[in-house]
Design a protein around this ligand. Structure first.
Ligand SMILES: Nc1ncnc2c1ncn2[C@@H]1O[C@H](COP(=O)(O)OP(=O)(O)OP(=O)(O)O)[C@@H](O)[C@H]1O
Length: 223
C-alpha cells in the first residue's frame, strides 16, 4: 500500500454511544502517511473518534489509551511486553513472565532506554511516577509494532522536552499516526495535518503548515 491510500473513511456518519450521538455528520478520510493531531476541548469527541478508528482496523493499530491501564504489581518490562501478548503462544508468554528470555529482554531494554526508562525496567508499575507510567504505556504501544499509531493524549503527563522526544519517536516508527493532543505547539510541530473538533463536529481540517497556534486556540474558546 502506498502513501496516500485511504485507510479510514467516514461520510456523514454519526458516532456515539447506545443511541446517543457524540459526533454528527462526520466526514473524514485518513490516508496512509497522515500524521494527524486531533484537537478540541474536553468532551468534543476525540476519544470517541479514536476508539472507532481502532475498532475499524484492530490488527493494524497500536493503541495508546488515555489511562495507562498498567498491571500494578508487574514490572515496566512486563507491562511493555504485554504489547505483544496476543502475538505469541501461551507457553512463550508464561516463560517471559517467570524468567524473561534473551530476545524480548534485549528488545525491551533498548525500547525502555529510548523512553528514558532504562533505570526503571524492573520496577513495579505501582512504584512509578505518573509520567513514568505513561511512558511505560507508550512503550507497550510501540512494542506492538503495528503500522498505525493511535494515541489518546499519550504525552499529556510528560514535560515538554520528553513529550517532544517521544512524539518524534512515535512518528518515526509508524507510517500513519492519529493523536489526540491538547498542546497546539506539539500538534503543529509533530503532525502534518490538524483536525479540530468542536461540539461534536469537525470545525477544521487543514495542513499544519497553513495553520498558526492562535487559529488552533479558537477551538478552545467558549462559544
Ligand atoms: N463510554 C461512554 N458511554 C457514553 N457516553 C460516553 C462514553 N464515553 C464518552 N462519552 C461521552 O461522549 C462525549 C465525548 O467524549 P470523549 O471522551 O470522546 O471526549 P474527548 O474529546 O476525548 O474529551 P477529553 O479531552 O476530556 O478526553 C462526552 O459527552 C462523554 O460524556
Amino acid at each position: 500500500m502506498e502513501n496516500g491510500a485511504s485507510l479510514f473513511q467516514f461520510h456523514q456518519d454519526t458516532l456515539g454511544y447506545a443511541g446517543t450521538p457524540v459526533l454528527r455528520e462526520l466526514s473524514l478520510e485518513v490516508r496512509r502517511g497522515d500524521k494527524i493531531a486531533l484537537l478540541g476541548e474536553s468532551g468534543a469527541g476525540k476519544s470517541t473518534l479514536l476508539r472507532r478508528l481502532r475498532e475499524l482496523r484492530p490488527n493494524d493499530v497500536a493503541w495508546c489509551p488515555q489511562q495507562p491501564g498498567l498491571v500494578p504489581m508487574l514490572s515496566a518490562f512486563h507491562n511493555i511486553y504485554m504489547g505483544r501478548l496476543s502475538r505469541y503462544p501461551f507457553w512463550y508468554n508464561l516463560a517471559n513472565l517467570v524468567r524473561p528470555l534473551a530476545r524480548p529482554r534485549a528488545e525491551i531494554r533498548e525500547l525502555a532506554a529510548s523512553l528514558g526508562l532504562g533505570g526503571q525496567l524492573w520496577t513495579a508499575a505501582e512504584q512509578l511516577s505518573g509520567g513514568q507510567q505513561s511512558r511505560v504505556s507508550l512503550g507497550r504501544a510501540l512494542y506492538q509494532q503495528k503500522p498505525i499509531f493511535i494515541g489518546d493524549e499519550p504525552v499529556s503527563a510528560l514535560d515538554e522536552r520528553q513529550a517532544d522526544e517521544l512524539l518524534r519517536l512515535v512518528c518515526q516508527r509508524h507510517h500513519t499516526v492519529v493523536l489526540a493532543l491538547h498542546n497546539v505547539e506539539q500538534a503543529l510541530t509533530h503532525c502534518s495535518r490538524v483536525v479540530g473538533l468542536r461540539q461534536g463536529r469537525v470545525m477544521l481540517d487543514a495542513a499544519s503548515c497553513e495553520l498558526t497556534p492562535d487559529q488552533l486556540r479558537t477551538l478552545y474558546r467558549s462559544a
